[in-house]
Design a protein around this ligand. Structure first.
Ligand code: IMP
Ligand code: MG
Length: 188
């Protein structure tokens, strides 16, 4: 697999790119995210959770998920880097953009695109705990259980997927494909 950052041919469809295989279609994603939102609304009834979106990948998921949670809630963003431009985890987590609001006393739901080795989320959970959050749960759209290196428990999981590199619905390969309305696998 090589990163194709060249311009598309005029008129070429990105969504029907022949190098992509659909793994999870749009309707399945939306239906599952709706269920997750209802579950969260039920679990947090009477509370005011703060959804923290891990940029950039989780932005599409957050945008669907928050609209499926019928509660008084707030959102914030954090940007971390653990991957560079390739497909292998460096194991290093760096905060690129920190939260705007303090965590003290808040019920936090960390919203992630994919739980892979677990390095990113385990770092964030520990750091948020140290900053005084009352509770921290994880909502991840995708989970690759086979890849786990550190023990992280996700409370809300959209889909368990096999150990394949996936793109779309916010997830990128070298910054490409975030805009795909489905989860796909890059072939070849
Ligand atoms: P972890 O720290 O290894 O759990 O990695 C989590 C981050 O790695 C995610 O937020 C993604 O940005 C990236 N990542 C892991 N697997 C994939 C994949 O299959 N496609 C795209 N990005 C991935
Ligand atoms: Mg990424």
């Amino acid at each position: 697999m090589s990163a194709d950052i060249s311009q598309s041919q005029p008129g070429a469809s990105e969504f029907r790119n022949p190098n992509l295989e659909v793994l999870i279609p749009t309707d399945k994603l939306q239906e599952r995210i709706r269920q997750m939102g209802q579950q969260i609304a039920h679990d947090y009834a009477g509370r005011r959770p703060e959804l923290i979106c891990v940029l950039k990948g989780a932005m599409v998921f957050l945008s669907d998920l928050m609209r499926a949670i019928d509660l008084n809630l707030s959102i914030d963003y954090i940007a971390v880097s653990s991957y560079g431009k390739g497909t292998k985890s460096s194991g290093e987590v760096k905060i690129i953009k920190d939260l705007d609001e303090p965590l003290q006393g808040r019920d936090i739901i960390l919203v992630e695109d994919i739980l892979d080795t677990g390095l990113t989320l385990s770092y964030l959970v520990n750091s948020f705990r140290a900053r005084g959050a009352t509770s921290i749960r994880i909502a991840t759209l995708l989970n690759k259980p086979e890849r786990r290196k550190v023990d992280v428990h996700a409370d809300y999981v959209g889909f368990d997927i096999p150990d394949e590199f996936v793109v779309g619905y916010g997830l990128d390969y070298a910054e490409r494909y975030r805009n795909l309305p489905f989860i796909g696998v890059v072939k070849g």
